[in-house]
Ligand binder design. Structure first.
Ligand code: GLN
Ligand code: ZN
Length: 785
């Protein structure tokens, strides 16, 4: 039994009396919870389905925690985190800790259990889930706290303390990790019914007492260090927000005495203002910085200095990616820091929680050994952190370092990474513009002459429902269980079904339904050079949901056409225009693990050039409408405003590269999965697509306000009028109503009628009536206008 293994050990790493570190130490900010083979996912889903009980779920969770602590201890990690495990999300855990449960969940006090916790996370038959949103610029999503001025906080989840005690009983001395009070509030939103202008930050004094109780219990249980995660420190903060940090850690002074406190920042460098605030926090003994994404961090420390009585936790091992660390380069950075803060005060750490990388390379059976030697997942990153701290202590593991150096060298020179022709072509794109020669309004005229579409033309976003049968066919073909001929025939049959259905429903611009695709990025990645795929490289996206991003390791090129066969087959089945369907370069980039040996834009340009060839081949094959999805363009937006313009510039440029060469009569569509694009509307216009379809599921207001404010949008636009995220079937009147609202701010001849996003996750029994009503609504309005 694993727990026996360590029970004979004294709480090992013994921080000494007043928490002294004697030699260069190592620290991990946080670790993936999902498990090396998604054990937690399967346990959670079985529990939700009623197939296992709470005890069994807790047993799986405990086993995962033990194996993580053991891994870190075995590697020699000095600061091992606890309370970084979560059944769903660490912000939701904090909401539970503070007893900040919105009233609709019917909590009546006492320790919050699975019932209340999971109903906040997922909703249940009678209440909806709380809102979820992206965690900074990662693909992780957290549950947004809903706070109001009258909310009473109370200590309602003892999870942090029980995890600390659990580890201690097993012989692991850990650093309990808490979401810092200021970041918690800055990441919250006003509850329903509370004024929009209400600032959750005003609740600071009300949540501090709960933090005090938690700290008192942790101290009583024997904790000597505690970590507060305050990642909001890397955002653009005003002086009022910065002052909240001084206030919070000042108010905690008494509770923190006798404890050593780490404040962790991550995902970018902090501003000079935030830096000064941070290093001036009297009650804080250590500050953690991201030295990977935070490319100005080193400079900040060099120019502002670092207080001699504090520890500096140096995040040199990338928690956001899967690449092996360049140990020699990290050593250099660490030495530079050592010369400022001194050997005793420097701790080697990860750039952020390892939550955002894959779990363990050991389980990658299908990657070849060369590519594998270039990679490090969370388990391997623990070893890297410790190897670095030992090296700085004069105990360099020469074998480990030379293997690493060899891998770095092979990655630099490998012909699988380097394709000179691709590099030259991509390099040549810099500084140029790539625009279609004719302005969009006259392009639309030329296109209309050929396409002859009615006003309010109807279309869909691309995918049609994916049945079990369809998934089975793809799986069997991949596993060589059915022949290519059988596969092609089955997919053709499916496309034919989808085409006939759209003709019956009387759609104007058709799609083939994407039955050959598992995933909109993987499908292209598998056919492009420079991409690798893992079998277990899962990363938590939210709750039990994980994604398995492709790895872009080399120069990207397209050996042969990827979609032309399917698109022209589909076009041959109908006289109506059939959309070619591609994923855009920015979305492919943002949903992959991207190489770190060249700027992101360079990789994006390479993908753009590959997709450009595909666009041109589709056009040559007679496809007149080509949709290039940029579902994730907004996701790559840097956290700091000062960096956003540069990103938007190359991202939008990459999109234009793909289609700047087509004829005026070829209609280029794009699709985006969000409606909050008010702040980037000018970049979207600059993409210069002929038609854009966008998500608009929850309300029309956000979107409409852009146009009400007078933004001129000359291209075609299709704000989703049917919410595909819900099984609900909208009525004709309801859809007609939404279209009318848009007609109040948009010109009739630019408006398209389409659903929010792809129909892949819906059932035909939902899609057929909904699309029937949608087309009926468009027709109704055509007669009225
Ligand atoms: N064309 C894709 C589909 O319809 C777009 C999916 C997306 O935007 N996420 O499935
Ligand atoms: Zn979408």
């Amino acid at each position: 039994h694993p727990s026996l293994l360590y029970s004979s050990r004294k709480p090992s790493c013994g921080f000494g009396h007043i928490n002294h570190i004697r030699a260069m130490a190592s620290h991990i900010i946080g670790y993936p919870r999902i498990g090396p083979k998604r054990e937690l996912k399967f346990a959670l889903e079985s529990f939700w389905d009623g197939k296992i009980n709470a005890e069994e779920l807790k047993r799986v969770a405990k086993e995962l925690r033990i194996s993580i602590w053991k891994q870190m201890a075995d590697a020699g990690t000095k600061f091992i985190p606890s309370n970084t495990f979560s059944y769903y999300d660490q912000i939701l855990d904090t909401t539970a800790m503070l007893g900040a449960v919105p009233p609709i969940y019917g909590w009546t006090g006492g320790e919050i259990g699975f019932d209340i916790y999971f109903s906040m996370a997922r909703g249940n038959a009678s209440v909806p889930a709380m809102e979820m949103t992206k965690w900074f610029d990662t693909n992780y999503h957290y549950i947004v706290p809903e706070l109001g001025p009258d909310l009473k906080f109370s200590y309602a989840s003892h999870k942090a303390v029980s995890e600390y005690k659990e580890a201690k009983e097993l012989g692991f001395e850990t650093v309990p990790v808490l979401v810092g009070p200021v970041s918690y509030l800055l990441l919250s939103k006003p509850a329903k019914g509370v004024q929009r202008s209400f600032s959750p930050l005003s609740l600071l004094e009300k949540i501090i007492p709960v933090y005090k109780e938690v700290l008192a219990e942790l101290k009583a249980a024997g904790a000597s260090w505690v970590q507060f995660d305050e990642p909001t420190l890397v955002l653009d903060l005003d002086s009022h927000q910065l002052k909240a940090f001084t206030d919070a850690y000042g108010q905690l002074e008494e509770s923190l005495s006798g404890l050593s406190v780490i404040v962790e920042t991550y995902f970018a460098d902090v501003s000079p203002g935030a830096y000064k605030t941070l290093i001036a926090l009297k009650t804080v003994s250590a500050v953690g910085f991201d030295l990977v994404r935070g490319d100005k961090t080193l400079e900040l420390i060099q120019s502002f200095g670092f207080p001699s009585n504090k520890y500096l936790f140096a995040g040199v091992v990338d928690g956001r990616n899967i690449w092996a660390n360049d140990l020699a380069a990290s050593l250099k950075t660490l030495k530079a820091l050592e010369s400022i803060v001194g050997k005793e005060k420097l701790v080697v750490s990860t750039s952020c929680s390892l939550l955002h990388t894959a779990v363990d390379l050991v389980n990658e059976t299908k990657l070849d050994s060369e590519i594998k030697s270039w990679l490090a997942f969370a388990a391997q990153k623990i070893l890297e952190v410790n190897a670095l701290s030992k090296a700085l202590n004069g105990q360099k593991d020469e074998a480990f370092f030379s293997a690493n150096a060899a891998a770095q060298a092979s990655r630099k020179s490998s012909p699988r990474v380097n394709d000179e022709a691709v590099q030259k072509a991509a390099y040549a794109l810099r500084g140029s513009d790539h625009r279609r020669a004719t302005p969009v309004t006259s392009r639309l005229d030329s296109q209309q002459k050929k396409l002859n579409l009615p006003i309010l033309p109807t279309t869909t976003t691309g995918s049609f429902p994916q049945t079990m049968d369809l998934r089975r066919i793809r799986r069997e073909y991949k596993a060589n269980k059915i022949s290519k001929e059988e596969y092609v025939n089955a997919i053709k049959e499916e496309i034919n079904k989808v085409v006939k259905l759209q003709e019956e429903l009387d759609f104007d611009v058709l799609v083939h339904g994407e039955p050959e695709r598992n995933d909109m990025v993987e499908y292209f990645g598998e056919q492009l050079k420079g991409f690798a795929f893992t079998v277990n490289g899962w990363v938590q996206s939210y709750g039990s949901r994980c994604v398995k991003p492709p790895i872009i390791y080399g120069d990207v090129s397209r050996p042969k056409p990827m979609t032309v066969f399917w698109s022209s087959t589909a076009q041959s089945m109908t006289a109506r225009p059939m959309k070619g369907m591609l994923t855009g370069p920015v979305t492919i980039l943002n949903w992959s693990f991207v190489r770190n040996d060249q700027p992101r834009f360079e990789t994006c340009y390479q993908i753009a050039l590959a997709m450009k060839k595909e666009v041109e081949d589709l056009e040559a094959a007679g496809i007149q409408v080509i949709q290039i999805d940029e579902a994730a363009l907004r996701e790559g937006l840097p956290l700091r405003k000062s960096e956003q313009a540069f990103y938007l510039d190359w991202a939008v440029h990459s999109f234009r590269i793909t289609n700047c060469g087509v004829k005026d009569t070829t209609q280029v569509h794009t699709h985006m999965c969000y409606s909050n694009f008010n702040d980037i509307i000018h970049s979207i216009i600059d993409m210069d697509a002929d038609v854009i379809t966008i998500e608009n599921s929850r309300s029309d207001e956000k979107l409409l306000s852009v146009f009400r404010e007078g933004v001129k949008y000359g291209a075609g636009i299709g704000p989703g009028v049917y919410d595909i995220h819900s099984p609900r079937i909208p009525t004709t009147e309801e859809i007609a109503d939404r279209i009318k609202k848009m007609l109040a701010v948009l010109e009739m001849n630019v408006l398209w009628v389409n659903p929010d996003c792809g129909l892949k996750t819906r059932k035909y029994s939902e899609v057929k009536p909904a699309l029937t009503n949608m087309v009926a609504a468009a027709k109704l309005l055509r007669t009225e206008l």
